[in-house]
Design a protein around this ligand. Structure first.
Ligand code: ZN
Length: 184
């Protein structure tokens, strides 16, 4: 299983690379890695296991964060209405998005960034993502709320983009234009 020891440092150049597409059908090695990304995110949300292994809690993880520059992400999060979003995807792609933006009032965090970073991160309020799951099935997801923010954060990792790249350097708490505020 993955632990924090498998994570690269924030300044590792792999976090700035554009990750390569995973050839499909996925190899057993690639499936194993994607499965372990999901396992990490799920374990990190279980108090007993996360305490035992010293896991930082997260709701999403991308392969470059554990030193593999391939297009794979895992997201596991429960929205406030109780709906669970749990997806492990090869080659996730944002195919459309709203004009309206959204941002988390608490800002964003990242398992690759061991320091607080202040500021609002403008994201699209609604997105459509396509990808392929561990069973090899094509999926298309329409997302809003925290789930939409999380998928954009993770897909950014596949393109070498960190969440703080989006923060307005002159005014980190400037309200993004045409945006809705989301509370976690
Ligand atoms: Zn991150």
């Amino acid at each position: 299983m993955l632990t924090m020891d498998d994570f690269v440092n924030e300044d590792d150049p792999i976090l700035r690379q554009v990750a390569v597409e995973v050839p499909l059908p996925a190899s057993n090695e690639d499936k194993k890695l994607l499965d372990s990304l999901m396992e990490y995110v799920q374990n990190s949300q279980k108090p007993d296991i996360s305490a035992l292994y010293g896991l930082r809690a997260g709701i999403g993880l991308a392969a470059p964060q554990v030193n593999v520059s391939k297009r794979m992400i895992a997201v596991h999060l429960k929205e406030k209405d109780g709906q669970l979003y749990s997806y492990a995807l090869f080659n996730p792609k944002l195919i459309s998005h709203s004009v309206e933006k959204a941002y988390l009032t608490s800002g964003e965090g990242c398992l690759s960034v061991n320091r607080p970073v202040s500021g609002y991160v403008p994201r699209y309020a609604r997105i459509t993502v396509v990808g392929t799951d561990l069973e090899g099935t094509s999926v298309q997801l329409r997302l809003k709320g925290i789930a939409a923010i999380c998928f954009q954060h993770e897909i950014d990792h596949l393109n070498g983009i960190m969440f703080y790249d989006h923060i307005n350097p002159e005014d980190p708490y400037a309200i993004p234009e045409n945006s809705i505020a989301l509370e976690r």
